[in-house]
Write a protein that binds this ligand. Sequence first.
Ligand code: FUL
Length: 472
Amino acid sequence: MRKISIGIFLLLSINSIAQNNFQSPLPTRQQLAWHEKEYYLFMHFGPNTFTSKEWGEGNESPELFNPSEMDTRQWCRIAKKAGAKGIIITAKHHDGFCLWPSKYSEHTVKESKWKKGDGDVLKELSKSCREFGLKFGVYISPWDRNHPDYGTEKYNDVFVGMLKELLKNYGPIWELWWDGANGEGPNGKKQVYDWQRYEKTVRDISPSTLIFSDIGPDIRWVGNEKGIAGESNWNFLDTAGFKRGLGAPPTDTLNHGNYYGKQWIPAECDVSIRPGWFWHEKENDKVKTGEQLFDLYLKSVGRGANLLLNVPPDSRGLIHEKDSASLITFKELRENSFKENILKGADTYYQFSQKDFRNKPLLLRGFDTTSAYYGINLQNFIVDFKKPVTINCIALKEAIHLGQTVRKFSIVLYNGDKPVGEVQGTSVGRKRILTFPTTTVTSVRVYLEDAQGNDNIRGIAAYLIDEKLIEK
Ligand code: FUL
């Protein structure tokens, strides 16, 4: 018996080696923890909140910035209630206005009327995030339409000085967001950015900060601002020869990642709850509904990416009632939909050979924990329910600390011996949520049809969710 199983093992190993020259890149510890955060809020706040603009020109009076009731605890309370795991705020948008009293600029909160120039949004927000157990991140636009040094080498010193202020005075900074949008400064000049120096500054001061940009190095832009990851979403990207901004890879590449990419640079889906990124009175009745947000969740988190949902504070400095209502509905829809894993208690059999099926309950236990099942190349499995169940959603998870290896799979739904439906997919990644017409089944068979290395499926879950939430 021992000999036979060693034989099977060798056969499978040789099979894997023969098929796979590709070694999956692996995420860092920080990236792995980032994946687990799934969804967090973005906040665009600054002079544009008061002028109804999306891109301030940089010549707005700093006095305009004057929220009447700003309360970062309200932001955090709502974020927490909505199940978001952190907040990333626009410390400086393209108009150059700094939400903190930077000594490198004269276009900041200290020049505003707010709190007679003594206020500091970042100080208040970082403190509230700590209080509420939320991650704190900052967006800082490299493009600056206000700074007099923009377009000269001196601006690189300014930008590095600002980064140091952010990292040293408001840390730990969980995620740092570098926008790719770029244009001219106040004097019509374009900037040559010293990205290497910027990156080194961050790594030296705060090695655990995750850097987001079009091309990472830690997190990549998903290639659109709609909050939608590619149906196939590889956590890999090749960045050689590409730059941030205009020199970035094609948006389609960013959307899907590179199939054989050499670096682990996962996608983050940024999208606004409103048509614009900043709060505008006239958009109060255009806030996305909880149902629309749920759909975006399926197309971002459900495709293995993270969701960065922008909820911009209004001119009072509060999250608007309409936005918080949608966030809470969104939270309830997620909770109700994924409350009960119908697979719990079912038996899972791995197919070791044509006739050899072995019970492996570990797979089911693993779904909501971080424990992993270590797979073998292209190992199919069957989940057998003890009685007929009705489902319309299946979620799979890959043990991504071992890489991303599953390339193609299909799931066949059975009622007794009769196939009653089939779902196909390519990438799995951290989480893959598949929806299909409501079906009564007694078992499901998962066929791993292509993989680059062992397919480390960590878990499978099935749900019955409100049919109105599923695209027909
Ligand atoms: C873009 C910017 O130009 C928008 O204003 C916004 O900040 C969005 C998140 O990124 O590139």
